[in-house]
Design a protein around this ligand. Structure first.
Ligand SMILES: [Zn+2]
Length: 343
């Protein structure tokens, strides 16, 4: 089969479009003919290499997959050959207390397709049967692949961790990112007022189009100061943080008394300072969040099928142009998802 493979970490030039053997199935696994695979920031980290994360090489990246079941293992009973599926990115043991209580994103064996195991930048990918999710028939392959990782991440942050309530005010950083564009919609769905940030007039217009009530141009206006102005000096109840060092101070300063900062990433760096006096006197909560559960993804896909949540696709490339797509994603010119397709 054709696949994108890298044999060493590095810049996008390490990505090769080449022939590799089709994966062998285990008893409880399915082989999926991939039609679309959406990229995430995670793909860039995996390609560059992460300290302390020994990604097996050679490696096929790609976590967000939509396709058709091509083969099933002998123990598979809930999906059939020819069925259209969206794959849950998280692969877990399915047996530990976390998995059994539905908190599968807390499984100690948690990994994503395309992270510690081969992913979907290929004609075929293998995954456990339980990762097959119902396909939203109102979407084409590219839009279906754009749903899982960012929507489950945004949902888990806002609903599970921050416990967002109707009428609350939320600051969502980087509206143009995959997580940002999903978080805006999830926050609006739960009846929150959304203040987003973006880096250009074009991105500001798009953020408003998908539901942001207010958008701060973060290159021109100081975020925390603008948040104070837009909330009558109250601050926001929840901050969706995934930028890291560059925005951390502003994020903390934007919180209202009793506010919750929830973070799922640090694309600009891991280092952050926190004035502990500010934390306790203002009753703040700092919450970590990682991926989402299969149950949450099932709910999200239902809402997507009803047209109530909409994946935002920026650009689609054929699989063999994966390196071009990585370059594009690294330049942060996109709004929404960058997707690779295999017709
Ligand atoms: Zn587990």
């Amino acid at each position: 089969m054709k696949a994108i493979v890298f044999h060493q970490h590095g810049d996008p030039s390490v990505l090769h479009y080449t022939d590799v053997p089709e994966p062998h199935l285990r008893h409880n696994e399915v082989l999926v003919r991939v039609h679309a695979c959406a990229l995430n920031h995670l793909d860039l980290w995996v390609r560059r290499g992460l300290p302390g994360v020994p990604i097996p090489l050679p490696h096929i990246p790609g976590s967000d997959i939509a396709g058709e079941v091509a083969k099933v293992g002998p123990e598979v009973s809930t999906v059939h050959v020819g069925q259209k599926v969206v794959l849950a990115p998280g692969v877990t043991c399915g047996k530990c207390p976390a998995c059994l209580s539905g908190n599968d994103n807390r499984c100690r064996d948690f990994t994503n397709l395309g992270y510690m195991i081969d992913g979907g930048c290929a004609e075929y990918v293998r995954c456990p049967e339980v990762n097959c999710m119902p396909y939203p028939e109102n979407l084409d392959w590219a839009h279906a692949a754009a749903v899982p990782l960012v929507f489950q991440t945004a949902w888990h942050m806002l609903v599970n961790r921050a416990q967002l309530q109707p009428g609350e005010e939320v600051l969502i950083l980087a509206a143009s990112s995959g997580v940002g564009s999903a978080a805006i919609q999830v926050a609006r769905f739960f009846g929150a007022r959304v203040i987003a940030t973006a880096g250009s007039d074009e991105k500001i217009a798009k953020a408003k189009e998908i539901g942001a009530d207010e958008v701060i141009h973060h290159g021109i206006m100081p975020i925390a100061k603008e948040v104070r102005r837009l909330t009558n000096n109250h601050g926001v109840d929840v901050v969706v943080e995934h930028v890291g060092t560059a925005t951390w101070d502003d994020s903390v300063k934007s919180l209202a008394s009793g506010g919750r900062l929830v973070t799922c990433g640090a694309t600009t760096g891991y280092d952050a300072k926190l004035d502990i006096r500010f934390l306790f006197t203002r009753h703040l909560s700092i919450l970590g969040s990682y991926m989402g559960t299969k149950d949450e993804l099932r709910t999200i896909l239902k809402l997507v099928a009803q047209g109530r949540l909409k994946p935002v696709v920026d650009k689609v490339w054929p699989l063999n142009e994966c390196a071009t797509a990585h370059n594009y994603l690294e330049k942060s010119k996109h709004f929404g998802k960058v997707v690779l397709t295999i017709p």
